[in-house]
Every structure is written in structure tokens, then in C-alpha cells.
Design a protein around this ligand. Structure first.
Ligand SMILES: C[S@@+](CC[C@H](N)C(=O)[O-])C[C@H]1O[C@@H](n2cnc3c(N)ncnc32)[C@H](O)[C@@H]1O
Length: 207
């Protein structure tokens, strides 16, 4: 994995580990129905200034349409921890939350504490540090990381799912959700559960 040295021109991706990027911690509030949660965010992480619409739509759609009992979840590419922490607080699902970006993992750890969530977070390049199976793998995947990383996250989720587990993800139509659904078809039964503003939420069950 690429590690930036002091003095090198910073890379601009939200998944790049860049310890020299100035820290400017800010607070974002998630507020929906009876749920109010506070998240610390910072430079160098995804959607640092506001809650991402796609992530929020994934959370809402999962809460509305999930129809099986889920006790444990893996939030892949957790950023500052929105998806796993909201679903823990609302549905009591115990999450492991992973990201390749160390700053994101650190923020998630702070946000788990701040919101008293029953979750844990650790750094992992895709599934490199994951050694368990879960009832749910959920992700707003890193489109900018490229097709290989996306396919690795989505196809290999099956290895980290319990026998009746589910993979849920959100992807925009113009980012190729239909062709990804076709790719996943060999491994999963997939279903588009909801669409909004060009974002599609896809639920998948291992074949
Ligand atoms: C679209 S963002 C979603 C962030 C967060 N889940 C949210 O909803 O705000 C995708 C995340 O995937 C992470 N990511 C990129 N490449 C990764 C990799 N190889 N392994 C794990 N996470 C990765 C990025 O750092 C980023 O936080």
C-alpha cells in the first residue's frame, strides 16, 4: 500500500493515508425521527462536511426493508462511522467497522465512544484484517478506488457472511450499479430495493 512521505505532494483521495494533512475536527449532527447522534469528522475523510445522501438513503432503506433477524454487522469503508453507529443505536446490531484510512478509523473510534455505541473499529485494507463472519455486510463502497477494489469488496463479502447473511450496498446508476448487479449475479441473488435521486440500494443473498 502507498504511504506518503513528508514533503511529497498530497494525494487527493479520501482513502489515502496522509498523516501530514492538517487536522480540523468538526462536528456533524445526524438527526432523524427520534434519533440524534453527533459525529466528529476531519480533513481527509469521505464527506467530511455533511452526511452523504447515499449513505443516509442506505440506512433508511435498510431500516425500512430488512426482513431478517440481524445481530452482527460489518461496515466496510466506514469513514467516520455513520452507517454502523446509526444502525447500532437504532436496531441494536453490533458492528465491526473497517476502513483502510487510519484517520477514518480513529474518528470512528471517537464516535463510537461519543455515542456509546456497541461497536468496534479497526484498520483493514478491504478484508485483510477480518477473520469472522457476520449476519450483514453493509457498504457505501469507494467508487474512486476503482473497479477492482469495488469488486473485491462486493464479491468477497460472501466469505464474511453467515449462511443466511445479507450484503447491502448503495451505488449510483451513473457509477454502474446495473453492470455491478450483473457481475454479482453469479454469486448472489440480488434485488434493487429502492431508488432515489440516481442512488440504488441493492440487497444480496448468497446463492
Ligand atoms: C464512499 S466512502 C463511505 C464512508 C462512510 N461509510 C460513510 O457512509 O460516510 C468509502 C470508504 O471506503 C474507504 N476505502 C477505500 N478503499 C478501501 C479499502 N481498500 N479497504 C477499506 N476501505 C476502503 C474509504 O476510505 C472511505 O471511507
Amino acid at each position: 500500500m502507498y504511504t506518503q512521505r513528508k514533503g511529497e505532494v498530497p494525494l487527493e483521495h479520501y482513502f489515502t493515508n496522509n498523516p501530514y494533512l492538517k487536522s480540523e475536527i468538526k462536528t456533524i449532527t445526524y438527526e432523524k425521527e427520534n434519533c440524534r447522534l453527533s459525529f466528529k469528522s476531519d480533513n481527509g475523510v469521505f464527506s467530511k462536511d455533511k452526511i452523504d445522501y447515499g449513505s443516509s438513503f442506505l440506512i433508511d432503506t435498510f431500516i425500512k426493508h430488512n426482513d431478517i433477524e440481524i445481530k452482527t454487522g460489518l461496515d466496510v469503508g466506514c469513514g467516520y462511522g455513520l452507517i454502523g453507529i446509526v444502525l447500532n443505536k437504532k436496531l441494536n446490531i453490533k458492528f465491526d467497522m473497517i476502513d483502510v484510512n487510519r484517520r477514518a478509523v480513529h474518528l470512528t473510534e471517537m464516535n463510537i465512544k461519543e455515542n456509546k455505541a456497541d461497536c468496534r473499529s479497526f484498520q483493514s485494507d478491504i478484508y485483510s484484517n477480518v477473520d469472522k463472519k457476520y449476519d450483514l455486510v453493509i457498504t457505501n463502497p469507494p467508487i474512486r478506488a476503482g473497479k477492482k477494489v469495488l469488486e473485491d469488496i462486493l464479491i468477497n463479502a460472501q466469505n464474511y457472511l453467515s449462511s443466511d447473511g445479507r450484503l447491502w450496498f448503495v451505488m449510483r446508476r451513473d457509477h454502474g450499479v446495473k453492470s455491478m448487479q450483473a457481475t454479482l449475479d453469479s454469486y448472489y441473488e440480488t434485488e434493487i430495493v429502492a431508488k432515489s435521486k440516481g442512488f440504488y440500494v441493492v440487497k444480496s443473498k448468497i446463492r
